[in-house]
Design a protein around this ligand. Structure first.
Ligand code: URP
Ligand code: ZN
Ligand code: ZN
Ligand code: ZN
Length: 467
């Protein structure tokens, strides 16, 4: 049976426009948009009418970097696909692209099938996958072509974590050459992990074991060096490049320089690099462990450069790199040795709100908010216009957002399966009120009305951002 939903009276914001308009939804898709009060819109009838007067009507967020249940450092990220996608919905995100992992010695197929099984029937919102390559060899290179054909069109490589996810320059070049031929997009974790491991060993030998040393050994220059090297390798291979979780001003300068030359290189940053700093890593009593992630948090001075990069489009996307580990029992694995703290921060629920706060603080415009959080991640990873915008024919993934509601971010009230918030006590203005996923309310007036299994796997086209 066909269901019609009507959203009346809101300010519809996309990356391109802001208009007072009514939105008609039919069978899970946007059927039509017409000026609020117009004869056309007044003639519409629906089974369900949502009043968005005084609110924003925005596309559901697209978080292109999450790690539900990621195995890391002898433990697993604490959000499952069920808890993590529910929390994402609470925060106005309606699509995630998570990372399936190839373990060393394993085929890509085996890793991917494991991730399909983890997510199947559990997600509250739609999801796709990137593939982490940890073992680039003749057969995994061939498999990349098959994955691209199947809708897994992006591959993450690591210049960090020797012995775990690390690829050497030869492997990276080969994977880039392959992606240049098959249309895949290489996503790079750009940090010089070999040099970092030397500095880790030296720091521990000096008795420097606290979380703040995680930030000191993972030097900005080693992020910049790896970013530079990744850009040159991509150039040699003739492949586009997307650098994930950019945190250092010096790394951003490498991206900006390459883009000034006209190279197809792109960058993502994350809320933690925009809102948190090494001050958090230095919190006493091992509290700094809550902020251990890689690339690491940087001194506050880097934040202005990242905001500038987001305004100038040297950075195109803000994703969360959501990879939560509980303080109790997980982050604590690294007491007495910062290198044993599992790397990653929770944030999938907070991204849209923090970026809305950035609009109020004057860092970005409202349309840029939607561009970096919805439209560009969708284009970058082949989901556009199905995801990332509000236009006739697209999936009705829509958020009714109250730009005036005040909230205080806290682990007491969040929905992520993690025992702390990286943004504890932070006051933000703006809050999700209602979230539709393919026309179905998954959050309705601040109540969860979705269900595990509503979310569908979405195969992706190749990158649509190159043109
Ligand atoms: O610290 C992080 N970012 N953990 C997740 C894995 C990665 O490198 O993205
Ligand atoms: Zn109006
Ligand atoms: Zn990474
Ligand atoms: Zn990550």
């Amino acid at each position: 049976m066909s269901t019609r939903t009507l959203i009346r009276g809101g300010l519809v914001i996309t990356a391109a426009d802001e208009t007072h308009a009514d939105v008609l939804i039919e069978d899970g898709r946007i059927a039509a948009i017409a000026a609020h009060g117009s004869t056309v819109a007044q003639g519409w009838t629906a089974d369900r009418t949502l009043d968005a007067t005084g609110k924003y009507v925005v596309p559901g967020g697209v978080d292109a970097h999450t790690h539900m249940e990621l195995p890391f450092g002898g433990t697993f990220a604490s959000d499952t696909f069920e808890t993590g996608t529910r929390a994402a919905a609470w925060g106005g995100t309606t699509t995630i692209v998570d990372f399936a992992v190839q373990s060393q010695g394993q085929a890509l197929r085996a890793g991917l099938d494991t991730w399909y099984a983890k997510a199947d029937g559990r997600c509250a919102i739609d999801y796709g996958f990137h593939m982490i390559l940890s073992d680039v060899n003749e057969s995994s290179l061939k498999e990349m072509d098959l994955l691209v054909a199947e809708g897994i069109t992006s591959f993450k490589l690591f210049m960090a974590y020797p012995g775990v996810f690390y690829s050497d320059d030869g492997q990276i070049l080969r994977a880039m050459q392959r992606s240049a031929a098959n249309g895949g997009l290489i996503m790079m974790h750009a940090e010089n992990g070999i040099a970092i491991d030397v500095l880790v060993e030296q720091a521990l030998a000096r008795g420097e074991t606290d979380p703040r040393y995680h930030g000191e050994v993972r030097k900005a220059l080693l992020e910049a060096e790896a970013t530079h090297r990744a850009i040159q390798l991509a150039r040699v291979a003739g492949a586009p490049l997307y650098v994930v979780h950019v945190s250092a001003e010096e790394a951003l300068a490498e991206l900006a320089g390459a883009r000034d030359k006209g190279l197809p290189v792109f960058g993502e940053t994350c809320p933690q690099y925009l809102f948190l700093s090494t001050d958090n890593l230095a919190e006493p009593d091992f509290e700094g462990a809550k902020y251990v992630c890689s690339t690491p948090l940087r001194p506050k001075e880097h934040q202005a450069a990242l905001w500038r990069g987001l305004r100038t489009n040297d950075l195109q996307v803000v994703s969360t790199d959501h990879c939560p580990f509980c303080f109790t029992g997980q982050k604590e694995l690294g007491r007495g040795d910062f290198s044993k703290i599992p790397n990653g921060l929770p944030g999938v629920e907070n991204r849209m709100d923090l970026l809305h706060q950035a609009v109020l603080d004057g860092h970005i415009s409202r349309r840029r908010w939607i561009e970096i959080a919805c439209a560009t991640p969708a284009r970058m990873f082949g989901l556009y216009p199905q995801k990332g915008t509000i236009a006739p024919g697209t999936d009705a993934d829509v958020v009714i957002y109250d730009p005036h509601a005040e909230q205080i971010i806290s682990a007491e009230t969040h929905h992520m399966n993690v025992d702390y918030s990286a943004y504890e006590g932070r006051r933000v203005t703006g809050r999700v009120e209602t979230v539709l996923s393919r026309g179905e309310p998954v959050i309705h007036d601040r109540q969860f009305t979705g269900r595990a299994g509503h979310g569908c796997y979405v195969p992706r086209a190749t990158c649509q951002y190159l043109g």
